[in-house]
Ligand binder design. Structure first.
Ligand SMILES: Nc1nc2c(c(=O)[nH]1)N[C@H]1C(S)=C(S)[C@@H](COP(=O)(O)O)O[C@H]1N2
Ligand SMILES: [Mo]
Length: 227
């Protein structure tokens, strides 16, 4: 059997998940891939350019900070490193160190550029051989398997590249956001013992899954009624 990172438990299901306040927030465009670039780089839009990059497949495990892990997910998409090297680097004047990630549902997070440049970080547009569903981040999301789920931003809308670290006002309390959130080092939160957060977060999992399921069902009914 595969060994899990510290404090994680294997989950049989891969639920739509996040902070409870995001359960009722949905992406506005799930079919067409298009996101903007900004920050200390001249503004531009990425869409068709992406499909000129080599498609990569990856099997990786997904670790939510609330202690559930889904193993062996089959992603497909583009390597972040290829994307950055081909589409961003040629436009830069300064040295980028910090990236802010923004989503269509209002969710935001950030990572050092060096973490995103790891070989296993993807801009993923497929899971299990089919386009991403709304539940898992359509039309395109970040997959960074070495970082907790909260850095794996869904419904990508905008990437901002900065030469210096920025404060990002996130949907969660600031102590809940570790600047790197590496799973192997159990960087669950920016302060306080990781074992405390294992314990605290694990209580909320079932209820959060239920909230997201309910919200997803309502969203789908709404879409159907508009057909
Ligand atoms: N846009 C967006 N991305 C997000 C979230 C969110 O609410 N909105 N939640 C994060 C959290 S906490 C987790 S664990 C994963 C869950 O991914 P999944 O819904 O595909 O299981 O998405 C992350 N990315
Ligand atoms: Mo999470």
């Amino acid at each position: 059997m595969k060994s899990l990172p510290p404090g994680q438990k294997e989950s049989d299901v891969f639920p739509r998940f996040g902070l409870p306040q995001y359960a009722n927030r949905f992406p506005t465009e799930v079919d067409r891939i298009s996101f903007s670039i900004g920050g200390d780089v001249e503004e531009f839009e990425v869409s068709a350019e992406l499909s000129a990059l080599p498609r990569v497949q990856q099997v990786s495990d997904f670790h939510c900070v609330t202690t559930w892990s889904k193993l062996d997910l089959q992603w497909s998409g583009y390597s972040f490193k290829d994307f950055y090297t081909s589409l961003i680097l040629p436009k830069l004047t300064g040295k980028v160190t910090f990236v802010v990630l923004k989503a269509q549902d209002g969710y935001k997070t950030s990572l050092p550029l060096s973490d995103l440049m790891q070989q296993n970080v993807l801009l993923a547009d497929q899971l299990d051989g089919v386009p991403l569903t709304m539940e898992h981040g359509a039309p395109i999301r970040i997959i960074a398997p070495d970082h907790y789920g909260y850095k794996n931003l869904k419904h990508l809308k905008r990437l901002e590249f900065y030469t210096e670290e920025k404060k990002v006002k996130q949907g969660y309390l600031s102590f809940m956001d570790h600047p790197r959130a590496r799973v192997a080092k159990e960087e669950r939160a920016s302060s306080g013992p990781a074992v405390f957060f294992r314990w605290l977060y694990s209580f909320g999992v079932k209820g959060t899954i239920r909230d997201f399921e309910k919200a997803t069902a309502a969203y789908k009914n709404e879409l159907k009624s508009k057909e």
